[in-house]
Ligand binder design. Structure first.
Ligand SMILES: *Cc1c(COP(=O)(O)O)cnc(C)c1O
Length: 339
């Protein structure tokens, strides 16, 4: 039996893409790295292609194999990490477009695959990936399909780095004829100055911040395996971290930190039985959670930890992290279903 059920609402995913697409006058791609932010890149990409997406981005070439299998030959698949040693065969076979990040990658690509399409990633101040200003000359982009860069602080609209990176991007790409891209989800929300020819949202498609209007895409329901009643003074779980102050009903549910319900949620996260919140009691185990269901007058079959009552970001807050990390940590043990 799977630990829990991860339900992926493909209609919500499609409508999140359509809402982000409607915010710009330009083409909207979709980022499906890390297995579609943990939800399954093949099914996610197929639904997005049906909604109108023609360009996809992954982090590394290996991620493109299941994607190409799901999408067929038509859609463009771009690779953020560019052309690394050992990537040549896959770039050729799967017809991928690497976003080349350095003069070394440019020469590797042109030597290994003369005439094969490529884009360029330039560094405008994040200092993570991309060709540095001192290595850059606009002639490098003469045959590029795309010149892109990435914003470090787009989730903080007032951060001065946004404007600084925009100015650097404008000056490095002035006069270029090829398409340009600067915005992920956060940059798309910053407004038209940041949109250029292509936006590349990821997290907003999957229901995460900074896209506040996003619909919830992932629901996680966990089966109740067993219940018991604790008397005042009895404890539950590792470290006796939860101690009952009065008679308390505990439900033990199937899923734990091996399913991305990270240990930092211990004693902090809330689950839901229908509309009723029920608190996590004590520590998260590898495969199990103990939940205080005293407030319920029945024993439910399942408790929900992710869904309309609790977004990925609310759950992330309880664990001191961000929605991105919750989604991409969910792991393989869930039964994944779509609706
Ligand atoms: C992950 C990533 C994106 C998508 O970012 P979101 O914040 O998830 O929208 C876009 N561009 C690059 C370069 C990325 O690494």
């Amino acid at each position: 039996m799977a630990t829990g059920t991860l339900t992926i609402d493909l209609a919500a995913l499609q409508s999140n893409w359509a809402a982000l697409n409607a915010m710009s006058a330009t083409e909207t791609a979709a980022v499906v790295k890390a297995d579609g932010y943990g939800l399954g890149s093949g099914r996610v990409a197929k639904a997005l292609a049906a909604a109108g997406v023609r360009q996809f981005f992954v982090a590394v070439t290996e991620e493109a194999a299941p994607l190409r299998a799901a999408l067929g030959p038509g859609p463009v698949i771009n690779v953020f990490s560019g052309h690394m040693d050992g990537d040549t065969q896959m770039i050729a076979d799967l017809n991928l477009i690497p976003m080349l990040n350095s003069p070394e990658q440019i020469s590797r690509h042109k030597t290994a695959l003369p005439g094969h399409a490529y884009g360029l990633q330039i560094d405008t101040g994040m200092n993570r990936l991309g060709i540095e200003a001192y290595d850059w000359s606009p002639e490098m982009a003469a045959e590029a399909t795309l010149v892109m860069s990435h914003l470090a602080c787009a989730d903080a609209p007032d951060h001065p780095a946004n404007d600084a990176q925009l100015k650097t991007f404008l000056s490095m790409t002035a006069g270029l004829r090829c398409p340009r891209s600067l915005a992920a989800t956060g940059g798309t929300l910053l407004g038209p100055d940041y949109h250029f020819d292509l936006t590349r949202p990821g997290i907003g498609l999957y229901g995460g911040l900074p896209f506040e209007a996003a619909q919830s895409v992932a629901t996680v329901d966990l089966p109740v395996i067993q219940t018991r009643t604790l008397q005042a003074g009895e404890s539950a779980g590792y470290g006796c971290a939860f101690v009952a102050e009065k008679e308390t009903k505990i439900a033990t549910v199937s899923a734990g930190y091996a399913d991305g319900l990270i240990r930092a949620m211990s004693g902090k996260a809330t689950l839901y039985a229908g509309d009723t919140p029920v608190p996590l009691a004590g520590r998260v185990s590898m495969d199990l959670l103990t939940v205080d269901i005293t407030a319920l007058d029945h024993v439910p079959d399942t408790l929900q930890i992710l869904g309309p009552h609790q977004t990925v970001d609310q759950l992330a807050d309880a664990a001191g992290t961000i929605g991105y990390e919750i989604l991409t940590s969910l792991g393989p043990r869930y039964k994944r279903v779509t609706k």
